[in-house]
Write a protein that binds this ligand. Structure first.
Ligand code: COA
Length: 261
């Protein structure tokens, strides 16, 4: 079994494909190989009629700590070179995924751990879920079209608080701004998400997919454009001193010092 296939588990049952982050020792941070595995799983789910609904989940204590920082430093995604790094394949794939997509989130959901939820249709959270988008604190900028979708969802001022300060907000606050559908005890989240997934899987696929398409079509193109623009800026910022200081500080377990930057 490859490293990515152990870190990302997939399981198909009763029309529901469950994709599980399985790298708890590294807080389910996501490597390039894991993005590739998830992009492939979504692409296969799109094509495979027996997959009717997809559920994304982590562990009861951690959804995802976002991008794997060491992997990012060694393999920075550079969209400008014409290739399609796995992270961008995953982000574009999740944004245009045409079947119902449900997330079950417990514990911290950092960076892309939160922004990927903007592309899920239903999000169920444990009362221990903590969402954060600390891109500025890392010398970076938002990704996954979050610079477009977060202000739309929360209103500008709350989005500015979430994206400029980057501080975590808990499940109840996420419920209030519309990022999650329901807050549950952590031990019940996975089961609840599966029961909703099965309910959806029993409905007519044509109606589900057309309804989702009609709700999203108004700004689908804009979402992909925003992602592309964010990717270019993100790639540039990644090589600049502020990001190097932030990532270096994380690895060395110290506070970053941006006073000269
Ligand atoms: N990338 C790589 N490794 C990560 C990681 C990440 N994003 N997040 C956590 N890890 C690793 C830690 O280095 C540590 O590894 P080690 O045991 O080999 O030293 C392990 O996961 C446990 O992390 P730790 O920070 O000790 O856990 P915690 O429970 O105290 O805190 C988080 C959990 C998620 C709050 C914290 O790990 C965190 O803030 N991570 C960084 C998140 C981030 O900035 N992501 C955005 C990247 S763009």
């Amino acid at each position: 079994m490859s490293e990515a296939s152990q870190d990302i588990l997939t399981h198909l049952e009763a029309g529901v494909l469950t994709i599980t982050f399985n790298r708890v020792d590294k807080k389910n941070s996501i490597t390039s190989a894991m993005y590739g595995a998830m992009a492939d799983a979504l692409q296969a789910a799109e094509a495979e009629p027996s997959t009717r609904v997809v559920v994304l989940q982590g562990h009861e204590t951690i959804f995802s700590a976002g991008n794997d920082i060491a992997d990012f430093l060694h393999r920075p995604p550079t969209p400008a070179d014409g290739s399609h790094p796995p992270v961008f394949r995953f982000l574009h794939g999740i944004a245009s995924f045409s079947k119902p997509l449900i997330a079950a989130v417990c514990g911290p959901a950092v960076g892309v751990g939160t922004t990927m939820l903007l592309h899920c249709d239903l999000v169920y959270a444990g009362d221990n879920a903590a969402f954060s988008m600390p891109f500025v604190n890392l010398g970076l900028c938002p990704e996954a079209a979050s610079s477009l979708l977060v202000p739309q969802m929360m209103g500008y001022h709350r989005a500015a608080e979430a994206l400029l300060l980057g501080e975590p907000f808990m499940a109840e606050a996420a419920l209030e701004v519309g990022l999650v559908n329901r807050v549950l005890p952590p031990s019940e989240v996975t089961h609840y998400a599966q029961s909703v997934a099965r309910k959806l899987a029993a409905k007519p696929m044509g109606s589900l997919m057309e309804t989702k398409r009609l709700m999203k079509k108004g700004q689908m193109e804009r979402v992909h454009q925003q992602m592309d623009e964010e990717s270019v800026v993100f790639g540039r910022l990644l090589s600049e001193p502020a990001a190097k200081e932030a990532f270096g500080a994380f690895m060395e377990r110290r506070k970053p010092n941006f006073s000269q930057l």
